[in-house]
Design a protein around this ligand. Structure first.
Ligand SMILES: Cc1cc2nc3c(=O)[nH]c(=O)nc-3n(C[C@H](O)[C@H](O)[C@H](O)COP(=O)(O)OP(=O)(O)OC[C@H]3O[C@@H](n4cnc5c(N)ncnc54)[C@H](O)[C@@H]3O)c2cc1C
Length: 335
């Protein structure tokens, strides 16, 4: 373990949309010593990693008409314009972010403060902690084994896209799968395998794009195609897929877009109670651990969006931290 830092007022874990919004609202409320810890090499790392370049970003997402309630907001745009907007907030509010820092453990001390430890053993001490790590940190993996010899041929995101021209089996049927398909088809032979048939989890726009691509035979769509197992064929194309209906096919790559899991283990080690998969929070997103809050997708009940993430930051600060834990200067309040 490395030596403790000076006591922070607020430690935010995860510098994505929710973490950034929380820190901006906290700055505006006059909270002094704030630090964000971010696992990735840049802020908003989930967006960097999971949104395809040029991706359209809608403010009304998954049909959710939610207005921005606080200082952080976006307009409809693209992956790049959203990243730029978030960058501008980070710079304007001079947010202190420590990158390449993945938090491993959170412990509440007897005096009510927190000790937070990263994976390198560095300890941070804080009066309050907001966990804003999203749900994408750990993409779901299939429940059948994946041969380790297929490293480089099995993917869970597009951080290292398959080389141009190589064939890809894309497994999934939600927005992410459809957006990956629309991104990859121009340079790769793409087959989308979905165990359902109606793509009900995807939005209308993505569904329409897929239907057009399929009608123009730019990619293949296999419905009711549930993968049973994956084998290394040891010659190109390497990835041999057997489906539950007995069909066998080979591809250069397989890319899974089958959602992400709530990092339950992480929340539980911090002493947070869950009901099923959902962490328990009150109306201002405080957990059962006094002074420990959640923000963003973690409290979105599986239907997260950027605007919802921004709004949770405002609620946590104004109704939680400022009401009960820290000294604040809220707009309209007497000093
Ligand atoms: C493909 C795709 C398309 C989408 N399109 C839209 C859209 O058009 N419009 C819209 O409104 N929403 C969209 N969304 C949803 C939106 O991106 C999320 O709701 C939003 O990013 C949630 O923000 P968050 O801060 O809660 O989590 P995240 O964005 O996931 O941020 C969490 C941050 O925490 C970091 N982190 C994780 N674990 C740790 C750890 N242990 N220690 C330190 N840091 C950690 C991560 O690296 C990341 O930077 C889309 C999502 C996906 C996957």
């Amino acid at each position: 373990m490395n030596e403790s830092h000076a006591l922070l007022d607020l430690l935010v874990i995860g510098a994505g949309p929710a973490g950034i919004a929380t820190a901006v609202e906290a700055r505006q409320a006059g909270i002094q010593r704030i630090l964000l810890l971010e696992k990735g090499p840049t802020h908003s790392f989930s967006i960097e990693k999971l949104y395809t370049p040029g991706k359209r970003v809608d403010k009304v997402y998954l049909g959710q008409q939610v207005e921005c309630e606080g200082s952080v907001c976006i307009v409809d745009g693209s992956r790049e314009s959203v990243l730029q907007t978030l960058d501008a907030f980070v710079n304007q509010y001079e947010l202190a972010i420590r990158y390449d820092t993945e938090v491993a453990a959170i412990r509440r001390q007897e005096d009510g403060t927190f000790q937070v430890e990263d994976t390198k053993g560095q300890i941070y001490a804080a009066r309050t902690v907001v966990i804003a790590i999203g749900v994408y940190g750990r993409p779901n993996r299939p429940d059948y084994p994946l041969p380790t010899s297929l490293k480089g041929h099995v993917h869970f995101d597009l951080t290292q896209p398959p080389p141009e021209g190589e064939s890809v089996l894309l497994v999934g049927g939600g927005n992410t799968a459809l957006e990956y398909a629309a991104f990859l088809y121009a340079d790769h032979p793409v087959t989308l395998a979905y165990r359902g048939d109606a793509f009900v989890k995807a939005n209308d726009i993505n569904r329409r794009i897929l239907e057009d691509l399929e009608a123009q035979q730019r990619l293949m769509v296999w419905r009711h195609a549930d993968v049973a197992s994956v084998r290394d064929a040891a010659e190109a194309p390497r990835v041999e897929i057997t489906f539950k209906d007995g069909r066998v096919a080979r591809f250069d790559h397989v890319l899974y877009a089958i959602g992400g899991a709530t990092p339950q283990g992480f929340l539980q080690q911090a002493g947070i109670e869950l009901t099923g998969k959902a962490p328990q929070v009150d109306h201002r997103f405080q957990t059962n651990v006094e002074g420990l809050f959640l923000a963003g997708d973690l409290v979105a009940g599986g239907k997260g969006s950027l605007v919802k993430a921004f709004n949770t930051g405002r609620t946590v600060v104004q109704e939680g931290l400022c009401a009960d834990h820290l000294e604040c200067r809220l707009p309209g309040q007497q000093p």
